[in-house]
Unconditional design. Structure first.
Length: 180
């Protein structure tokens, strides 16, 4: 996530999420609600979580559908099934889905915070998630290191050098070593 967030901080552009349409387990995938907010369904136990998914999307008929009768069938028909789930999830906002998901004890899910959500989160800033890295007369916001070395705080010194910025210095040091 830090690479994605640094890219966003530096360019304002997000990195796209992978090929979710071809994931073999529709119960372990990310989806988009009708308001554009994204979320993960975390159904690692494929057969255990399938009935809960059918209940939350109000498709009990899928439980008797031979195409989806077992994990292999759902994987074989994953592209079609994920497309149907995409259509269903697009009918409600994430707030509406949250109420439905939370009412189903065997349905595990998590919202996906957008990079904008993370940057705007007070707790993220309070925890030191962003540091200002010196860059000449100004500074550049970047993601802080997740490593915590007790008693040895990390202090950013500078951004990465520009192409060729230190070439003369490095070549000078190499020449000095050869002479000695």
């Amino acid at each position: 996530m830090s690479f994605d967030l640094n890219t966003y901080l530096l360019t304002g552009q997000q990195i796209a999420i992978g090929q979710r349409e071809s994931m073999g387990n529709p119960c372990m995938n990310n989806y988009t609600a009708g308001d554009g907010r994204r979320f993960w369904i975390v159904g690692l136990e494929i057969d255990r979580h399938w009935p809960a998914l059918c209940r939350v999307v109000e498709r009990p008929d899928w439980l008797a559908d031979p195409r989806y009768g077992d994990a292999r069938g759902r994987a074989t028909n994953a592209v079609e099934l994920i497309a149907q789930l995409d259509q269903i999830f697009a009918t409600r906002s994430l707030a509406e889905w949250t109420e439905i998901f939370d009412a189903e004890p065997d349905f595990f899910w998590s919202p996906i915070n957008s990079l904008e959500d993370i940057v705007a989160d007070e707790q993220f800033h309070a925890a030191g998630g962003i540091v200002d890295v010196p860059d000449g007369a100004s500074s550049v916001p970047m993601v802080a290191t997740p490593a915590d070395f007790h008693g040895t705080p990390c202090t950013p010194r500078s951004v990465a050098p520009q192409l060729g910025q230190h070439t003369d210095q490095v070549l000078g040091e190499l020449a000095a070593r050869r002479k000695s």
